[in-house]
Design a binder for this molecule. Structure first.
Ligand SMILES: [Zn+2]
Length: 332
């Protein structure tokens, strides 16, 4: 009896060792594992719900705006580069601008593989790590810039040939000068005018409102200047390569008794401040000097082409200027 009991104890011990041994090395799946044996406990493997995604752009020197939409959410405005974690199997859509300055959208790629050739991309987040790129290519530019424009027209206000300048970096900093002419209503209307340029250029033009006028690139002030036949004026300074250094916009309150007049004249003067030193002869352009600009709601295609032509120099086409300081006076 004593021997049998001892034997049972040994067997129980042996079974216990087997169980422990199995728990150390077994991982299910019937022995398919061929990895090196380890003496420590197995790693705790839990499914990762999120996957890191990087989104960038190539073929241009600036970040681009993107609209990103997740399931059951409102579209979000963002800009490259983006590094974000999303749950695996999430369907996300991305919309990039088709035209961005002198660049044209070409394709979406992921880790070198083409995903789509349209600016609208739908993609399901999956393993492995997604590395998504919006690829841009140069857009054909004529010797006269993007056409039609009014680069070669004479400013009817001054009799001088139109000129173009450009800012080296966006966003430009814009400040409203705090004076008796400034009100939140007027500021809001002016901002609505500035925003039209941002919109029609697919956010190629961007600006940032700052409180301190001393640190701003562009200042904006509301001043009653009397009946001088000018709804506004913009004073600018630029270096010899056409790079704007500073611009000052003055909006003449004498002609802005109607609040609704602020938006179009602010849009017009912002066009000057962004680099259009001159005027159009066509009444449907916001950069016209004709009084009917107060009825216009956004820059025309000619206005957009005029402005983007100024920025082709950002990619190597340099226009030399002899005049580096000036003021554009605007009729009403
Ligand atoms: Zn003007």
């Amino acid at each position: 009896m004593k021997t049998i009991k001892h034997s049972i104890v040994i067997w129980l011990l042996a079974i216990g060792i087997l169980v422990i041994s199995n728990s150390l090395t077994g991982c299910g799946g019937g022995g398919a594992s061929s990895g090196p044996s380890t003496s420590g406990p197995p790693p705790v493997v839990t499914p990762s719900p999120d996957k890191g995604v990087s989104i960038g752009a190539s073929g241009l020197t600036r970040s681009i705006p993107l609209i990103i939409t997740l399931p059951n959410t409102v579209p979000q405005n963002s800009s490259t580069p983006i590094s974000q974690a999303w749950p695996i199997n999430t369907l996300i859509t991305m919309d990039a601008p088709d035209i961005f300055g002198d660049r044209q959208f070409s394709k979406w790629t992921s880790n070198g593989t083409q995903l789509a050739t349209t600016p609208h991309l739908e993609i399901t987040i999956s393993d492995p790590h997604e590395d998504i790129t919006a690829v841009y290519k140069p857009r054909l530019v004529s010797a006269d810039g993007f056409l039609p424009n009014y680069v070669h027209e004479t400013d009817p206000q001054t009799g001088k040939l139109n000129q173009l300048f450009h800012w080296a970096v966006f966003p430009v900093k814009v400040a409203f000068v705090s004076n008796v002419g400034l009100s939140s209503d007027r500021e809001n209307e002016a901002v609505a005018g500035f925003d039209q340029w941002v919109k029609v250029t697919n956010q190629f033009i961007t600006y940032q409102l700052v409180a301190d006028a001393a640190s701003a690139d562009i200042t904006v002030s509301f001043v009653a200047q009397g009946t001088n036949n000018r709804g506004g004026s913009t004073t600018y300074s630029a270096d010899g390569n056409g790079n704007l250094q500073h611009t000052d916009i003055v909006l003449n309150l004498t002609y802005l008794s109607q609040l609704s007049n602020v938006m179009p004249i602010a849009m017009h003067e912002f066009g000057h401040a962004l680099g259009i030193a001159g005027h159009s002869n066509t009444s449907t352009d916001i950069m016209s000097v004709l009084s009917n600009i107060y009825t216009l709601q956004q820059p025309s295609p000619r206005d957009v082409n005029m402005l983007l032509t100024a920025y082709t120099s950002s990619y190597g086409r340099s226009i030399k200027h002899s005049i580096i300081n000036g003021t554009v006076l605007c009729g009403r």
